[in-house]
Design a protein around this ligand. Structure first.
Ligand code: SF4
Ligand code: SF4
Length: 446
């Protein structure tokens, strides 16, 4: 009997694909939806990162194949790719790959955060996602361009074993690379020629929405977008290193309620009731009082404009918002109960943050250089693959210590009916450790 072809959603699930542009939401869930629009998000906006641009230049056929498959799977009648106008090489390459299809390109200005899902949906469809909603609420599904590349790979039978990332900042040869999941940050930095300074720190996946990398033996995951090396004494690094208690203490005493943070907040300007200056008031209140102000944090996307660009006192309104969201959730008050109507602020277009100004403000202009794709072979002697690289539950190991594995073999799986993503071996070798990570050593390493 002829076997029924596997549905795309099932292929995507088996391949362990998660959103490559953020929190790692399992992609197969999105593939089960029905939607009018399918949007490819190529509006990368983290300063100094350009892996999406490089992907669009070098792998446009795969991206468009993934978009066509995904669009068809959800029944979309309109498929679009959002790209910044300044990335002419990416636009040309994608335009070539879309020839003969109905897929169109939407060009964006060079602002931060153009890649925010709410912004992408509004720019392309003209619709505003309801407060605390998702793109599907207005008939759209959004995927990062790397995710679409992975969908094309899954359709060809290849699971996620590698990821793309940019290495930039104080390194010998800034570049964009394709590396195996689980390789250490240190090895990836070495592939870019190593750091040019002795005393440095590394930002993982962006200066605005990323985090300090800390230990460089940490592994690259499916959502690692880039590594940026900066001097340890750089102001940005010092700001990220400040402990939360100190951030709150300074905020409590120094915030003069000027409200610049709110006036420049991209979500506020898009029409959502986010007011970081009001959330800052919570720092001076008891738990009960702070809940009143924390409600103004609920629709924050954590973009960092308030903390790293708007606040003249260098305070931490973004962090206050993220804390506020966490404490509301802990108190069981995470449901949005504010206004449901959204109206774009009349000053939105005049208050957008140009990337050039943001880069200057962050003090990283000297590192704003090209980081082209280099098809370098990355063959680590061992990899450490986390069982949780995604939203939802960790995968459950299906291998044990001492087992030989092939590249692409399933090593962690998500039980049926749980949210999460499968995990696969990114190199061939022997499993030497099974904990919250699965360590694989290339054969011949004892
Ligand atoms: S911009 Fe800074 S000082 Fe002004 S209200 Fe916001 S957090 Fe306070
Ligand atoms: S991080 Fe700040 S600027 Fe960004 S959405 Fe949240 S409150 Fe607004």
């Amino acid at each position: 009997m002829k076997r029924k072809p596997m549905r795309l959603a099932e292929q995507v699930k088996q391949a362990g694909i998660v959103g490559a542009g953020g929190a790692g939401f399992p992609t197969h869930v999105k593939m089960e939806a029905r939607a009018e629009w399918f949007l490819a998000n190529g509006a990368e906006c983290e300063p100094l990162l350009q892996k999406d641009r490089e992907l669009m230049v070098h792998f446009s056929e795969e991206i468009i194949e993934g978009l066509s498959l995904a669009g068809e799977s959800v029944g979309a009648v309109k498929c679009r790719v959002g790209i910044k106008s300044k990335n002419r090489d990416a636009i040309e390459s994608i335009a070539k790959a879309t020839r003969g299809t109905s897929i169109e390109i939407s060009e964006f200005g060079d602002f931060y955060p153009s890649g925010d899902e709410y912004e992408v949906v509004h720019q392309i469809t003209g619709k505003l996602i309801p407060p605390a909603g998702i793109p599907l609420d207005v008939g759209a599904v959004v995927n990062n361009v790397e995710t679409l590349y992975q969908i094309a790979q899954a359709h060809r039978g290849f699971p996620v074993t590698e990821t793309f990332l940019t290495v930039n900042g104080a390194v010998q040869s800034p570049c964009t690379l394709k590396v195996p999941i689980g390789v250490s940050f240190r090895e990836v930095i070495d592939l870019a020629g190593g750091a040019t300074i002795d005393d440095y720190a590394v930002m993982d996946s962006g200066l605005m929405m990323g985090r300090l990398a800390g230990d460089l033996s940490r592994p690259v995951t499916k959502t690692t977008a880039g590594l940026i090396v900066l001097p340890a004494s750089h102001e940005l690094i010092e700001r990220y290193q400040r402990p939360p208690e100190a951030q709150a203490r300074i905020g409590k005493s120094a915030c003069d309620q000027c409200s610049f943070c709110t006036e420049l907040c991209p979500r506020y300007l898009l029409g959502y009731d986010v007011q970081p200056h009001a959330v800052m008031r919570s720092l001076g209140f008891s738990a009960t009082g702070s809940d009143i102000w924390n409600k103004y944090a609920q629709l924050c996307c954590g973009c960092g404009i308030c903390t790293l660009y708007a606040c003249p006192e260098s305070l931490y309104p973004r962090e206050a918002c993220l804390d506020g969201i966490a404490s509301l959730r802990a108190a069981g008050q995470g449901k949005w109960e504010g206004p449901s109507q959204v109206r774009v602020h009349p000053m939105k277009e005049f208050r957008r943050v140009p990337m050039k100004l943001l880069i200057k403000k962050l003090g990283v202009s000297q590192y704003q250089v090209e980081a082209p794709f280099r098809d370098k072979v990355c063959s680590p002697e061992s990899v450490s693959i986390p069982l949780k690289q995604h939203t939802g539950n960790p995968a459950v190991a299906v291998v044990t210590t001492g087992m030989p594995v092939e590249k692409g073999q399933l090593i962690g799986e998500i039980p049926d009916n749980q949210l999460g993503a499968h995990v696969h071996a990114s190199i061939a070798g022997t499993v030497t450790e099974v904990s919250d990570c699965i360590r694989i050593e290339r054969n011949g390493n004892g």
